[in-house]
Write a protein that binds this ligand. Structure first.
Ligand code: URA
Length: 312
């Protein structure tokens, strides 16, 4: 049940970051939530201590407020009434790569990540840990959130519907998918509770602890590839790269240049933002961010490319 509550609160937190302030919730669901939260509120102090992390990272109260009782209607608002359920944070791994060529260092990293016990512990039978993919000499590196259903089967990021759209976006920039590097904040698909033996339906965003655990693996990929530019796709990727307290809504940081360890970082929407509502307006928003990347990277920009998705 704790995982379900964590998944719900983290999803609400993500929606809030994306600028969503209300979500529809069925009365029946509200009633269930009320019952669960009521039970949790009645938990003893020692039970609470047991689920609290030993040393939680300093996170602004607005993003990670302490658990608060959820009241009927306010529960559906992504405001302070939404409490992130704390989770026990594992110590993130220290990644030390051997010296050698890029290919040798990347292969060592891949072996490390695929053999990582904590990553493997999050996999369901037959599913794979996922590391980034692409050119180790890439000038552009895209960073997404976490593997989804297709990705955890194939062991490669962005191969499902969002990935196919990302590939089209990259091609529209005049670049081949093989010439960029594509990674994720997470190396495993964050799990949702399912009935015994059932496949997971849908995805949830990673928790802060999960992101913190995987971030050293992403940093190591950035170190090996040493791209000239980074593109964060969506709020989770932006949070992972800029830090949890860096912004409240994605709108504050998207379409602007930031810095990640000395590398210019552009933040844009996740391709699934378009998949959810494929309007020319949404496509144009992302495209304008990618135009900025093309210009700064010195990629040729034709008049035709400049005008993509202008018909609103
Ligand atoms: N969405 C992501 O953020 N990453 C993937 O690898 C696939 C979908």
């Amino acid at each position: 049940m704790r995982e379900s509550l964590t998944a719900i609160t983290e999803e609400l937190r993500r929606l809030k970051l994306a600028g969503v302030t209300t979500v529809p919730v069925a009365d029946e669901t509200l009633e269930r939530l009320r019952r669960v939260v009521g039970r949790r509120a009645a938990a003893t102090a020692s039970e609470r201590a047991a689920i609290a992390p030993a040393a939680a990272p300093a996170t602004p109260a607005a993003v990670n407020p302490p658990p608060a009782p959820v009241r009927p209607r306010e529960a559906v608002r992504t405001t302070a009434a939404v409490a992130a359920v704390p989770e026990p944070l594992r110590k993130p791994p220290e990644v030390r790569l051997p010296s050698g060529t890029k290919a040798e260092r990347w292969a060592a990293l891949k072996a490390l990540v695929e053999g990582d016990e904590n990553c493997r512990a999050h996999l369901r039978p037959g599913k794979r840990v996922v590391l980034g993919v692409g050119s180790l000499d890439a000038a552009l590196m895209f960073v997404g959130e976490a593997p989804g259903a297709e990705e955890e089967i194939q062991g490669e990021p962005f191969v499902g519907p969002a990935g196919q759209l990302l590939t089209r976006m990259i091609v529209a920039m005049g670049v081949a998918r093989e010439d960029v590097y594509i990674g994720n904040i997470m190396n495993w698909r964050p799990g949702l509770p399912t009935a015994e033996g059932q496949e997971q339906v849908g995805n949830r965003p990673p928790t802060a602890g999960e992101m913190a655990y995987c971030l050293p693996f992403l940093r190591a990929q950035v170190e090996v590839v040493a791209p000239r530019f980074l593109v964060a796709l969506g709020a989770t990727a932006a949070q992972g790269l800029l830090g949890a307290g860096a912004f409240k809504t994605l709108g504050e940081v998207r379409g602007r240049w930031h810095d990640f360890g000395g590398i210019p970082l552009m933040v844009t929407y996740h391709p699934s933002y378009i998949l959810r509502e494929p309007t020319p307006r949404r496509k144009r928003l992302i495209w304008e961010d990618l135009l900025q990347v093309m210009e700064r990277a010195g990629l040729p920009v034709s008049d035709r490319q400049r005008g993509f998705f202008l018909e609103r």
